[in-house]
Write a protein that binds this ligand. Structure first.
Ligand SMILES: [Zn+2]
Length: 440
């Protein structure tokens, strides 16, 4: 099947992206970026495994031009139109066989617009770049098999003019300064889907934070101050709380990038979250999102939904993590947040949202976040705190680096709790009316 990222009942969340006939095991990207003129030149080397007998592979690559494609070092025929790069294999692949696809490409990257989702991907800032790829923007900067179920490792080399700082969703392995450009190398050994890879380029400086894993802020120097301290200063304590509740941090480091530009919403990617300068304040609305993005490292980035119908497994849990942080610092308890939002939601329409498959138009609706968190809280009230956190820790431990769906979560709960939680969670997940919260 080509171009399907569909859920059981046929919702196509990101139509026309992804190829289920093969999986990418590793991306190796060599990039040269010139901010002046927004020019990107790249060579992408993909290690691909056939999941079906294949004579072609189809990759996603939007707006950029392909100059040359080879497969296992032999020139390959290809066609590239409407964002789909179809590569003809010099010899067919059997299931399980692996080939190396090398693509030379370049151009002026820009965001990709999609119905229901707006723009995503490569975005020029006043001075620099961010990539915010969820859910469909990864093909704006490299050729990829753009489906959340296809996780791969990354090795990325990027050259940019000196005096820019580059951050990637992985570990920096080297930084070599030349006459006019600096070459940065990164690797991400934990498999991640294409949308969780990001590149950030800007006139930034970095500041380390003292935490149990390497943690830092990356921001314009004049963005550091009282506001950034109020918003991001507590990150080490947040990390400690989440490690206690969810298990060990699943990546090697964590970076919070603060862009010079204001951003409407922050965004998570693997080992890195992106915030606008407007998030530098002590307002709860900002502090809660700092906690939210950090918690996505466990829920969304390490444990990723197989298709977008399972988005509540990311957003419901990250929203619940906000409430856990609030409780931890002596502000409103998780139960009080749950009752607050239950009351608020009960005043809203319920007749168009099925949490377990909200459809592309509602996948980022605030009700997915809040009803998702309420579902998590209903589970906690049903099984008790000890079993609840055991469910979360083992869920992450068993699926970090992998992909999941709602049914797997229900089975996991049943196994760990020793009871069928479907009678409680089913109405939250699969039915329209808002169930009552169990008693505290
Ligand atoms: Zn989120």
């Amino acid at each position: 099947m080509i171009g399907r990222t569909t859920s059981g009942d046929g919702h196509d969340y990101v139509p026309g992206h992804g190829d289920e006939s093969f999986a990418v095991q590793a991306y190796d990207l060599e990039l040269v970026y010139t901010p002046d003129g927004n020019r990107l030149e790249g060579v992408a080397t993909l290690t691909c495994e056939a999941l079906e007998e294949s004579t072609t592979l189809t990759l996603d690559l939007a707006h950029l031009s392909v100059a040359k494609v080879s497969v296992d070092a032999r020139a390959a025929r290809y066609s590239h139109r409407l964002g789909r790069l179809e590569v003809t294999l010099p010899s067919p692949l059997d299931v399980g066989e692996v080939c190396t696809v090398r693509i030379k490409y370049g151009g002026k990257p820009k965001p990709l617009r999609m119905r229901h989702h707006g723009e995503a991907g490569w975005e020029e800032l006043d001075n620099g770049v961010l990539v915010a790829a969820q859910p469909h923007g990864a093909p704006t900067w490299y050729p990829c098999n753009d489906r959340p179920s296809d996780k791969a490792t990354y090795h990325v080399i990027v050259s940019v003019p000196n005096d820019y700082l580059v951050a990637f969703s992985g570990e920096e392995t080297s930084r070599r300064r030349g006459g006019s450009a600096t070459t940065w190398a990164f690797e991400q050994p934990v498999p991640i889907p294409p949308y969780l890879a990001t590149l950030q380029v800007g006139p930034y400086t970095e500041r380390a934070q003292d935490a149990s894993v390497p943690m830092r802020l990356v921001a314009p120097t004049d963005a550091y101050g009282e506001g950034s301290e109020a918003a991001f200063g507590p990150q080490p304590e947040m990390l400690a709380l989440y490690e206690e509740k969810f298990g060990p941090y699943p990546f090697a480091s964590y970076t919070a990038v603060i862009t010079d530009d204001d951003l409407e919403i922050p965004l998570e990617s693997a080992g890195l979250s992106t915030f606008g300068r407007n998030f530098c304040s002590g307002d709860w609305e900002h502090r809660r999102l700092v906690a939210h993005e950090l918690s996505h490292q466990w829920f969304g980035n390490a444990v990723t939904c197989r298709d977008w119908s399972g988005i509540w497994l990311h957003e419901g849990f990250a929203c619940y993590a906000e409430w856990l942080w609030s409780e931890e610092i002596g502000e409103r308890t998780a139960d009080a947040w749950a009752r607050h939002h239950h009351k608020r939601l009960s005043g809203l329409d319920q007749d168009d949202l099925v949490l377990s498959d909200p459809g592309p138009e509602l996948m980022f609706d605030d009700r997915v976040y809040k009803r998702g968190a309420l579902t998590v809280h209903a589970l906690r009230l049903t099984v008790g705190d000890d079993t609840f956190f055991e469910i979360l820790r083992t869920w992450v431990a068993e699926h970090a680096g992998g992909t999941v769906d709602t049914e797997m979560f229900l089975e996991h709960c049943e196994r760990v709790a020793g009871q069928d939680v479907r009678p409680v969670l089913g109405p939250w997940l699969d039915e329209l009316p808002l169930p009552d919260l169990p008693a505290a």
